[in-house]
Every structure is written in structure tokens, then in C-alpha cells.
Design a protein around this ligand. Structure first.
Ligand code: GDP
Length: 296
């Protein structure tokens, strides 16, 4: 894991190793580098502060100061804390519900909800051998409904039609009814997004949630979103009991600090990462690998 650290950080580790005495100020120097690396990766400031405070507490608790290789010990703590903050173990989609298991997709417009709905449909069909129905509650953008139809066909799932003159809750309930009658295992519900958070949108998705009682409410967020990810995550968390996060566009050139922020703000596990525009571009989220990337 040490190879994932910034050059600066590795240099500091070497310096620390060479020193006879380790002082609290050495440790502070290292933590300052970690802080910079996190900010450069676009982790939100309050999240960085919390993180550094936790690492410092652990470092002093684990007697970094007295250890023979304090630099390495500290690096270990930073990496473990990063991976632990971003998630522990693998958490696949929960389908433990009376079928059909409803999965509600939430997030801002452009985050990748519709694409990810197609990806999830494909994953559930191929990896979990489920019969999957999709439906779009995005009554504001007929193009979004058509887009879902296309990706659903590509995924080999069935699409439930909806039109822009319907109410999202009515669409959801009709799809649920159809899914029950035709013995679907899973109903994936794509929802409307906006470019920015908006009261009416939150109210609408809350109503959908209440009507459909989903077993999974997944927050889809763009890994490139950077600092704004915190506000978006907070708004969705306040509106909905989120059960998981899907981090999209991890193939982009961002360092993916949004993962840390979003995970910390929502407390929900990051279940999957989007790795391309294609429908097979979905991977189980690997917190350790992502931790290395965030540190740069
Ligand atoms: P929605 O508005 O939230 O439904 O977002 P879309 O599903 O329409 O996705 C917005 C854009 O992001 C589209 O051009 C997608 O192809 C692209 N996209 C979604 N997920 C990924 C991903 O994991 N990687 C890449 N590179 N592009 C993605």
C-alpha cells in the first residue's frame, strides 16, 4: 500500500525512519501532507478535518511515537482508516424482500442513474440470475424514459412503459403491480434528477419511497463531482433512508475524493463503482484500491 502514497509522504516516512527521536511535530508534519493529499483529491474540508483528527488520535493511541518505525506505522494507520472510512468488505445488492425486491435509484441529473440502472439490471440477471423489470419515473424528460428503454433492452431485462403525463407514484405502483403479477424478482425504479437540489424533487422521491417501500435506496453520485458531492449527499440523506451508494465515472481522471466525503456524510456503504459508459462497466467497490487512489 505504501506505493500508493504521494512522493512527499514516502519521503517523510524515510526521514522519520532515519531519525533517532520522533516527536509529535514529526507526526504533525506527516499529517499535514496527508491533509494536502486529501484536499487535492477534492475531499470536502470538514471530512478531511474529521479524518485527520481520527488518525491523530489512533496514532497517539498506538504509540507511534515510541515505535521503531513510526513512519510506517503512521502510513499503515492512514491507509487502514481511509479504507475503513470508505467501506468494509463487499456488500452486494440486498434482495432480501418478498419479491419483487424494489430498488430505488436516486441522484442528480447526469450522475449516471439511468446508465447505472441498466448496469444493475445486467448484473442482477447475469450474476444473480434474477428476472428484472425496470421503470422510469422521470416524467419531465421523455428522452430519459427512452434512454431507460434502450439500456434495459441491452441488459436483457424488461422495461415497463411510462409517459410524461403520469404521476411518478402512479407509475411506480403500476410497475410494482405488473412485476408481482408476472413474477419478477426485482423492480428497478429510475427517478428524475435535477441539475441542482430542489425541494419539489426531494418531495417527489420521498413519496415514491413511501409508496414502493424499496429494499434498496441507492444514491448514485459522480466521482468527479468533488466538493459539491457533500451537499448533494446531505440533501439526499436527509430526504431518504439511503441503503447504499454507487460511485460513477471512476474511470475519469478525478482522484475520487467524493467517495470519502459521500460515505462519511451518508454512512451508507459504497456498493459499486461505475468504470465506463458501457453496461458492463460496473464493479464491486474496492475500498482499499480506492484509498490508494485518493492519496494519489
Ligand atoms: P442520469 O441523468 O443520472 O440518468 O445520467 P445518465 O445515465 O444519463 O449518465 C450521464 C452521462 O454519464 C452519460 O453520458 C453516461 O454515458 C455517462 N456515464 C454514466 N456512468 C458512467 C461511468 O461509470 N463512466 C463513464 N465514463 N461515463 C458514465
Amino acid at each position: 500500500m505504501a506505493s500508493a502514497l504521494t512522493d512527499k509522504l514516502s519521503r517523510l516516512v524515510k526521514e522519520l525512519r532515519g531519525q533517532a527521536r520522533i516527536t509529535e511535530s514529526n507526526v504533525s508534519d506527516m499529517l499535514r501532507e496527508v491533509r494536502m493529499a486529501l484536499l487535492e483529491a477534492d475531499v470536502a474540508l470538514p471530512v478531511v478535518r474529521d479524518f485527520i483528527a481520527r488518525v491523530k488520535e489512533k496514532a497517539l493511541g498506538e504509540e507511534v511515537l515510541g515505535s521503531l518505525q513510526p513512519g510506517q506505522v503512521l502510513v499503515g494507520i492512514v491507509n487502514r482508516e481511509l479504507a475503513a472510512t470508505m467501506g468494509e468488505g463487499i456488500s452486494d445488492i440486498n434482495l432480501a424482500a418478498q419479491p419483487p425486491a424494489v430498488i430505488l435509484m436516486a441522484g442528480l441529473q447526469g450522475a449516471g442513474k439511468t446508465t447505472t440502472t441498466g448496469k444493475l439490471a445486467k448484473h442482477l440477471i447475469e450474476k444473480r440470475k434474477k428476472k428484472v423489470l425496470t421503470v422510469s419515473g422521470d416524467v419531465y424528460r421523455p428522452a430519459a424514459i427512452e434512454q431507460l428503454k434502450t439500456v434495459t433492452a441491452q441488459a436483457g431485462a424488461e422495461w415497463f412503459p411510462s409517459t410524461s403525463d403520469q404521476k411518478p407514484v402512479d407509475i411506480g405502483l403500476a410497475a410494482l403491480d405488473y412485476a408481482k403479477k408476472h413474477f419478477f424478482d426485482v423492480l428497478l425504479v429510475d427517478t428524475a434528477g435535477r441539475l441542482a437540489i430542489d425541494e419539489a424533487l426531494m418531495l417527489e422521491i420521498k413519496q415514491l419511497h413511501a409508496a414502493l417501500n424499496p429494499v434498496e435506496t441507492l444514491f448514485v453520485v459522480d466521482a468527479m463531482q468533488g466538493q459539491d458531492a457533500v451537499n448533494t449527499a446531505k440533501a439526499f440523506k436527509d430526504a431518504l433512508p439511503l441503503t447504499g451508494i454507487i460511485l460513477t465515472k471512476t474511470d475519469g481522471d478525478s482522484r475520487g475524493g467524493a467517495a470519502l466525503s459521500v460515505r462519511q456524510i451518508t454512512g451508507a456503504p459504497i456498493k459499486f463503482a461505475g468504470t465506463s459508459e458501457k453496461l458492463d462497466g460496473l464493479e464491486v467497490f474496492d475500498a482499499e484500491r480506492h484509498a490508494g487512489r485518493v492519496l494519489g
